[in-house]
Each structure stands twice: as C-alpha cells, then as structure tokens.
Design a protein. Sequence first.
Lengths: 217, 264
Amino acid sequence: MNVPRVVLVDDHGLFRSGVRAELGRQVEVVGEAEDVQPAIAVIEATTPDVVLLDVHLPSGGGQAVVQAVRAGHPQVRFLALSASDAPEDVIAVIRAGARGYVTKTIATADLADAIRRVAAGDAVFSHRLAGFVLDAFAAAPAPGAARPSFDPELDQLTGREREVLRLIAQGCTYKEIARELYISVKTVESHVSSVLRKLQLSTRHQLTRWAAERRLA
Amino acid sequence: MALRLAVAGVLFAGGAGLLVSARAGLALLRPLGGAVLVVAAVVVLLGPWWLRIARDLVLERRARVRAEERADIAARIHDSVLQTLALIQRRAGDPHTVVQLARMQERELRSWLFEGKAPHEADADVTLAAGVRRIQQDVEARYGVAVEAVTVGDCEAGESLDALLAAAREAAVNAAKWSGAEVISLFAEVEPGEVSVVVRDRGRGFDPEAVPADRKGLAESVRGRMARRGGTAAVCSAPGEGAKVTLSMPRAGTSSRADTASRA
C-alpha cells in the first residue's frame, strides 16, 4: 500500500515535529498548519489522504476545518487528535465528519496504524471514545416515549455493535475483537464504520445533551 | 448636586413644617406625612453616596474572591505540577519513573480541572465510576503500570457494588503484579440488570486450572467475594495469551444514573 500523504494541524510546533519525527517514513507529511485558516489553505493546496487534526485550535474547534474542507474535498479524511478527551469536543469534531479519534498519548505504531486505517476509509475509535459512544447510546428510549425524530435505524446500536465497542473500550485490537467474537476483521471494521455513521447522522437528542453534560477528563 | 440639595431642602422644610404645625383633626395624619417627607429628604441627599459605597463593596469583594482563587490555584499548581516537574528534572535519567510521574500528575490535574476534585482529596467511593477511578490511581501509583479505565454509565455504591469493586481491584492488582503487561484495561459498565467489570491484560497469561489451591487471590478475593453477593467471576487466560477477568453483579434495586446519562 502507498504511504499515506498527511497534513498535520496542531498549534503546538513541538507536537508537530514530534509526530513528524516519530512517524518517519510510515507517512509522508505534505503540510503543517497551526490554526484553522492556514489549515484550510494547506489542505486545499495539497489535498492529502489524511489530516491529523487537533480538536483544539487557537481560533476555534477543529470541526471548523472539517466543515470548511469537506464539501470541496470529500476524499480528504480526518483523524481527530486531542489531549483533553472532553467528550463534547470529540463528539463535535466526529459529527462534523472526522473518521476517527485518538488521544495524543497514543503509541507511535498505533498512530501510524490509525492513519492507515482512516486513509483506507475505515473508522478509528480510541478506547475512550468507544466508552463515550456506549454511554451516549446507552439510555434506551423509554417505551412509548419515542420522539417523532427518533429513528431506530440511526438512534440505537445493535447488539453486535455494542459488543464491538465494549471490546474496543477494553483496549482490544480489531484482530483480537474478530477472534473473540468469531467474526472477520472486515466485519469488525464494518461494525465500527456503522457506529461512526450513526454517531454522525443520529439526531438523537441525548447525544448532544449527554456530550454537553459530561466532562470526563 | 445643587438640584438635589434644593429638592432635599424643600422636602425637609415641608416635612418639618407639617410636623411643627400639627393641629387637631388632621393631627394623626400630619406627623406621618412629615416623617415620610423627612426620610425622603435624607434619601435624596445621601442615596447616591450609599449606592456608591454598596457598589464599591461589591467590586472589592469580587476582587478579593478573584485574588483568593488565584492564590488557591497557585498553591495547587505548586503542590502538584511544580513539585512533579522538579522531580522529573531530578530523575531525567530514569525514563520509566519520568513517565510514571508525568502520568500521575496528568491524572491529578485532570481530576482537579474537569471534576473539581482537589489532589489527594479523599475520594469516597460513592459511585462505581469513582471506585474505578480509585483503583486506576492506586494500581498506577503502586505498581507503575498504566491502567486505562473506561466507565459506561454510573450507579450509586452499595454492598454488592463494594464487593464488585474489591474483586476488580484484586484482579487489577494481580494483573499488575504477575502479567508483565505495561497496560491493564479496566472496563466497567452499568446496565439495567447488572453491573459488570472486565479487567484485561496482554501479559504472559496463565492456566487458570493450574493455579495452586493455596493462592488466595483469584479463588477467594475474586470468585468468593463475587459469589457471596450473588455475582459471578469468569477468568479467561492461557499462557502467552494475556488474561481477562469478567465480573458481573446483578443489580438489586439500586438507582441507576445510566438512564439519565449523567456525568460520572
């Protein structure tokens, strides 16, 4: 497989150079930016495979970058990265269209793997994001209390999706999940992608409220 | 100012006049009206001054609160972050310790910033999430192994939950001591009917059947503890395969906070 072309967007120069050095030849860094506007310019100029995007930027959330670029360049994929793990930020950038989320403490090998996965169109969830998602979708709607906007197709996780998320939350790799659930890695990937889709499209009221209420570190 | 003086003077003169010239008939009303006018005069004269004093007082109090907050933050940062940074400088040659210090400090800072908990503050295990967090902190501090904890939902503590947490702690300590893994995962989930905790490591693993009968850890501290409260413990491991301990405890009418998805 070709080496993914990557743009790094983070306001900490130290972090950018650190990632660049660590990833070495596993990716090709074609551009860097430290804020929303420069990021949009660099991404539009280079059209990378993957943008490694900090959730927090000086002039706003990373979702602004995703929203600005997505319409014109749907092939550019975003992997959100943050140090804070604050769910409202993470959910915002995922809902804006990022294909995954990892924490900045991620091991280099795992980061490279996550970038490859996102470049290939898969979704990547950190163990913590998996926990968030389970939590956000946990509350089954009270029987009979379904709002008009409630769409069971989008607003609920299937049993299998919950199992996969639980295992991600336990730190399992896709391979380990596949083995444990007796399914193929491809199936695991498709479950995660489907969860991502629900996360992005669900109009579920709780999702927003939940993210706003909860401020886990 | 002149206007105010004039108004106050007129009001005062009127009120005093009414008071002095009290006559029978209206005798009851007049002193009252007079008093009202005198008070009005005083208010007109001194009102703005009082207002200013009150405003100054509020501003001063606000400034003091801010200063106190700043001092408090400075003290906390000093006690925690600066101390840790000093330690890190001194131990720069020992990457393992540095990582451990940085990790502990990060957790502490996070719990203070995002959960409003003071460092070293007694963290009473009133909820499952608090209990899980405490296991995470203790095991990391004592055994120098990273613990990645995820809690889904939350519920109030109770006797059976205490047993569950104690068993989970034992399982995590076991993993930290024997598995050789650098990361242990701790996953807790509150469901309508039960609470479960999974402790997982990718360490050297063991044969659960071959554990000597005199080793109390798994048999007594984990299985026995769970069984006495009506819960179950499943140990899944093989040499070279890591280990996974799944604990589940039925919920007996404890009030769930999972349905409201409230914060942990």
